[in-house]
Design a protein around this ligand. Structure first.
Ligand code: ASP
Length: 438
């Protein structure tokens, strides 16, 4: 049987990421040439309108198609996995706290960096507005029902009146809430019926992963088309903007990886960061080269038990759950990407909206699959929710290779750091218990 969690195998000799990079270079290069030499020609508008835009749209639609089943199944399974392990109830609770708190930290770091460095600003207002007008038709359509709602209403809207309608409207947070409740009930009620429901959900999840693999195969063509459209319209400036975005993501990831993890390890894990990085190295390198937390899981487990000395029951639970649910790097990346594109397209976001984005990024990282590009469907959906043109995804896809590798290292590093901290706290609790008995 093939492993549904394995990253898609390259079809041709070149890896998918290399083909994506080629798509980026070809699309951006052709777009720049078109912009310089025939910028105002009518046929160029026609080419963009009838050829390159629809190709990009097709790719985005395929991504959107997968969001609801993927997020629903990933969240239900995430909750069930925590609750299922009765003997691990306490570890489950600690893991949940670790995931929520450390991921929130990661998103905050990302959001502070993007607000301070403003990588998306710099394009003239007119260009931003015309891009917005051209690209946001569908975004506005999907999000129109959210027009003019107050902060309180936004909070109330987290609970859907009708989950099917919420899903149809693309209201991701309401769907996530529904999935969490479903997962909790499926955990509390252990019957034959609920167990077979859970295995059906597992099937849906596996199918979604397979489909993402297929859709991502189309990414090189979509990248070329989307990049052509944008550079033919905007010229060289847009590429400079993109370099600033890449720099911001890498800086924020580095702060989380080299400052937050070492602090947590030292204070709560009783382990020197040097020893951690040395022991964790094989898993970090695997994460870097595969861009997939799920594909790295076997190495993560081995290294966490053998090199970092975490007890097997803790390592198994935290790392297995963490491979899909604990994604610090992904959450940070989602936050920066959404705010960068908002800046790029000139969409103003209020503080309440930014807080909503923070919550969405935490839940979105739990709902993202641990495969290369697993967070892209979730980002596309968050963009739509906040009326930011989802076409912006095309901009970042071409540089996603490097960012995916880096954020996956942070994702896997977070699973191992969490295991060390939780393993230590379990050992301390155990020692206290034996002392009391003696
Ligand atoms: N590639 C990431 C992982 O597997 C997920 C993502 O952010 O796309 O951890």
């Amino acid at each position: 049987m093939t492993d549904p969690h394995a990253p898609p195998a390259p079809r041709s000799g070149l890896s998918l990421h290399t083909r994506m990079l080629l798509g980026f270079i070809v699309g951006a290069g052709a777009g720049l040439l078109a912009n310089w030499f025939v910028g105002e020609a009518g046929w160029l508008d026609g080419l963009i309108h009838y050829v390159t835009d629809p190709i990009g749209q097709l790719f985005l639609r395929l991504l959107f198609m997968l969001v609801i089943p993927l997020v629903f199944s990933a969240l239900v399974l995430g909750v069930v996995e925590i609750g299922d392990a009765k003997s691990l109830g306490r570890i489950g609770g600690k893991t949940l706290v670790w995931i929520l708190v450390v991921t929130a930290f990661a998103v905050l770091i990302g959001m502070v960096c993007v607000n301070v460095l403003q990588p998306g600003t710099g394009l003239s207002q007119d260009v931003g507005q015309s891009l917005l007008a051209a690209g946001s038709e569908r975004a506005v359509e999907v999000a129109s029902k959210r027009e003019g709602v107050s902060g309180l209403q936004i909070l109330l809207n987290i609970v859907p009146k009708n989950p099917v309608e919420a899903a149809a409207r693309g209201d991701l947070i309401a769907v996530m809430f529904f999935a969490l409740m479903f997962g909790i009930a499926a955990t509390v009620l252990q019957t034959d019926g609920t167990r077979s429901f859970v295995s059906t959900v597992q099937g849906i999840y596996d199918i979604c992963l397979k489909l993402i693999g297929w859709v991502i195969e189309l990414a090189p063509y979509a990248v070329a088309a989307l990049l052509f459209s944008i550079t033919a319209k905007l010229g060289f400036d847009v590429l400079v903007q993109l370099a600033r975005y890449v720099g911001t993501v890498i800086l924020a990831l580095a702060i989380h990886f080299f400052v937050v993890f070492p602090l947590l390890l030292k204070v709560f894990g009783g382990m020197s960061p040097k020893a951690f990085f040395k022991g964790a190295e094989p898993a970090l390198l695997t994460a870097f080269s595969t861009s997939s937390s799920s594909a790295t899981l076997p190495t993560t487990l081995k290294v966490t038990e053998e090199a970092l000395g975490v007890p097997r029951r803790v390592a198994r639970f935290v790392c297995t759950l963490g491979a899909t649910a604990n994604m610090n790097g992904t959450a940070l990346f989602e936050g920066i990407t959404v705010l960068f594109l908002a800046q790029f397209f000139g969409v103003d976001l209020s503080l309440v909206q930014q807080v909503m984005i923070l919550v969405m990024c935490i839940l979105g990282s739990v709902g993202a699959a641990g495969v290369p590009g697993g967070s892209l469907p979730v980002i596309a959906m968050i963009l739509v929710m906040f009326k930011i043109p989802p076409e912006g995804i095309g901009l970042i896809l071409g540089v996603d290779r490097l960012l995916d590798m880096c954020r996956t290292v942070v994702n896997v590093g977070g699973d191992m750091a969490g295991s060390v901290v939780i393993g230590r706290s379990e050992a301390v609790a155990e020692a206290r218990r034996t002392q009391r008995v003696a």
